[in-house]
Design a protein around this ligand. Structure first.
Ligand code: ADP
Length: 259
């Protein structure tokens, strides 16, 4: 059985670095804003290394119990159910904790013993310690958004990982990604990338998050399936970015001039 490799366009030395991190089983942190290819990169690496990938999208309610496991009542019995982290540790999978800083603090505490030489997890509800499988690897992502609303990651936690930064790709590569992902013509892809570059430079707009590659991929998909170009950009790029009417109008005008 061979499943098609996820498409990933290399940006720098990240593949080589990850392979060595995996060989040495050093936890890996992907830093960068949303939509810059972090999840795609991990899917690609898991496929390349032929390892199972278990992804957890962390949010403010994500607790160590969600990751480690819990007792559930089944009929007249109480049975233990391993959580995704415990499963990954036992099976030797790669676990990807997406947006780890959003999770509750007990998640960070729970993974400590997995991120150093011990490579073990203490399951307090069972009073058991589980040693990680030789292939188990911990990967996390973190959005170092400088805006309010984003949580920080403590230095004592960060120093347990090696880290790579993800940013928006240079224009040529970003256009290639759009073509590959959606089948759109290169000429239109370049126009979309120019729009993104322009908006990313408009820091004075105070947007919480700017145009990501993901938004461009969505716009390209709509165009490729036949929606008019300007409307595609409006609904896939402009509207998701802001609710401010004046800013929306200004961005729409700008985009219309560029596509
Ligand atoms: P993140 O995890 O950083 O939020 P994703 O990995 O989900 O971002 O990327 C969003 C989309 O952008 C992907 O689905 C893919 O279409 C596209 N993308 C971004 N960077 C790349 C890349 N280097 N190679 C291929 N696709 C990419």
């Amino acid at each position: 059985m061979s499943i098609k490799a996820p498409y990933y366009h290399t940006i720098g030395k990240e593949i080589e670095v990850f392979e060595h991190a995996f060989k040495n089983k050093i936890p890996f942190l992907l830093k960068g804003p949303t939509g810059t290819g972090k999840s795609r990169f991990i899917e690609f690496m898991a496929h390349k290394l032929d390892k199972k990938l278990i992804t957890i999208s962390c949010h403010e309610e994500t607790s160590s119990t969600d990751l480690i496991g819990r007792f559930i009542i089944k009929g007249a019995e109480t049975i233990w159910l391993d959580g995704p982290l415990t499963t990954a540790i036992k099976e030797g999978a790669i676990i990807y904790l997406d947006e780890i800083a959003e999770a509750r603090p007990d998640v960070i505490v729970a993974i400590h013993s997995l991120t150093d030489h011990r490579r073990e997890l203490f399951i307090d509800k069972l009073g058991e310690t589980v040693k990680a499988h030789a292939d188990f690897m911990l990967v996390a992502s973190f959005n170092p958004g400088y805006q309010k609303g984003f949580k920080e990651l403590k230095p004592s936690t960060r120093q347990r990982f090696i880290a790579t930064s993800f940013a928006y790709p240079v224009a040529k590569i970003e256009a290639e990604i759009l073509v590959n992902e959606t089948g759109i013509e290169l000429d239109i892809a370049k126009k979309l990338v120019n729009i993104a570059a322009k908006i990313r430079n408009l820091t004075e707009l105070g947007l919480a998050e700017t145009v990501s590659t993901r938004l461009l991929v969505d716009a390209a998909k709509l165009i490729h399936s036949g929606l008019p170009k300007r409307l595609s950009v409006e609904v896939a790029v402009v509207e998701p970015l802001t609710d401010d009417l004046e800013v929306t109008e200004a961005l729409k005008d700008l985009c219309n001039l560029m596509i």
